[in-house]
Write a protein that binds this ligand. Structure first.
Ligand SMILES: NC(=O)c1ccc[n+]([C@@H]2O[C@H](COP(=O)([O-])OP(=O)(O)OC[C@H]3O[C@@H](n4cnc5c(N)ncnc54)[C@H](OP(=O)(O)O)[C@@H]3O)[C@@H](O)[C@H]2O)c1
Length: 337
């Protein structure tokens, strides 16, 4: 069976390997991987930009949808043919998160999902509902759960509230979709006119081009009658945080999700204090959040936005497409079939 590994930490190092078929032990499942999706993290890890560089020679990618082909001893809750999606943190089932090293995540300190078959604990997957395809399921473990966590995790947004999303990557597009489904108004930013139209088609109430309007935080404030937004899903980090603090309402919340640029306007204490908002960091979510997110997506009939599906042999092209930043929503690789 075939797996991709990073033989060296760059896209040139992404190589296909022929490997022995894994065998499920007690309590484990042998899965045929049908589809995976890529996240910004998959590029940042090979650049050594997140925590420490990913494990040497590891199989990349954190998110997958798969089919059970064999169950280990004592597994009575899954059968061959069942469809499942992976947990981002395979050992975080609920409660407070402990250190990343202890809890682990795929493609970082344990082999990921860019492989034809994989064995995992039966606790490290949740069922994929019938209404969702494997390609759609593969978009959910990281980006969707993070977006769900941002708008619904601790303090759900709702009618009468405004959410700000930044850019049109995986997390932001899901955040827009969930926030609209929950009745909130959404202001979205993008750098591209075509993408602005697609954001509007998905329900964005207002769209700002952050290249044309570098002081977009003030425009967000104007669009909210001077009040600011109740929630910012902050994916830009140093590139956007100063503007996000201008855009957020006093008593609003800025959810610190990630970084898409490492330089930006410097912040000082008075930017933080003056904003009057809470800052909350996320780290995707636990198993219960994935379960809630999968159900909400299926029952709320939110169609995950898939920009492009690549074949298994085109894995490198999929990574390059993600790196180009031209995608809207999620980039998927079909592994089986
Ligand atoms: N902490 C967590 O739990 C967690 C979970 C998931 C992701 N993350 C992090 O969240 C971030 C986003 O991840 P992702 O996978 O959704 O990324 P992604 O799909 O690669 O997002 C790419 C998009 O970001 C937008 N962008 C780039 N620079 C921007 C800027 N200066 N201002 C606004 N938008 C900008 C662009 O949109 P336009 O073309 O429309 O301009 C681009 O298409 C990453 O840092 C990732 O590591 C963190």
């Amino acid at each position: 069976m075939h797996s991709y590994r990073f033989d060296s930490p760059s896209l040139d190092g992404l190589r296909l390997h022929d490997e022995p078929m894994p065998v499920p032990q007690r309590g484990e499942l042998l899965l045929r991987v049908h589809a995976v999706s890529l996240n910004y993290r998959d590029l940042a890890l090979i650049n050594g930009r997140i925590l420490k560089p990913a494990m040497a020679n590891g199989i990349p990618v954190s998110d997958a949808s798969a089919e059970v082909v064999e169950v280990g001893e004592d597994v009575d809750d899954f059968r061959p043919g069942d469809r499942v999606v992976s947990l981002f943190h395979p050992r975080w089932f609920g409660g407070r998160k402990v250190a990343e090293r202890a809890i682990g995540s795929y493609g970082y300190n344990r082999d990921g999902w860019l492989t034809a078959f994989k064995v995992v604990s039966r606790e490290a997957v949740v069922r994929l509902p019938d209404g969702l395809s494997h390609e759609q399921g593969a978009t959910l473990p990281c980006a969707a759960v993070t977006a769900w966590n941002s708008v619904n995790g601790q303090l759900p947004v709702g009618p009468g509230q405004t959410v700000l999303t930044l850019g049109t990557g995986g997390v932001s597009v899901f955040a827009l979709q969930y926030a609209k489904a929950m009745g909130a108004r959404v202001i979205a930013t993008t750098s591209c006119a075509d993408k602005a139209q697609r954001l509007r088609a998905l329900g964005a109430d207002e769209v700002i081009n952050y290249r044309d309007t570098p002081d977009w935080g003030l425009m967000v404030r104007e669009l909210t009658g001077g009040q600011g937004v109740d929630r910012v899903v902050e994916v830009g980090g140093p590139a956007t945080l100063k503007q996000s603090l201008r855009a957020v309402a006093f008593h609003g919340e800025v959810v610190l999700v990630g970084f898409l640029g490492e330089t930006g306007a410097p912040l000082d204490y008075f930017d933080l204090m003056g904003a009057g908002a809470s800052l909350r960091s996320t780290n995707v979510g636990d198993r219960s959040l994935l379960e809630a997110c999968v159900q909400a997506t299926a029952q709320g009939q939110i169609a995950p936005v898939i920009d492009q599906v690549f074949g298994f042999a085109e894995a490198r092209a999929a990574f390059e497409h993600l790196r180009s930043g031209t995608h809207f929503g999620k980039v998927v690789i079909r592994v089986a079939g």
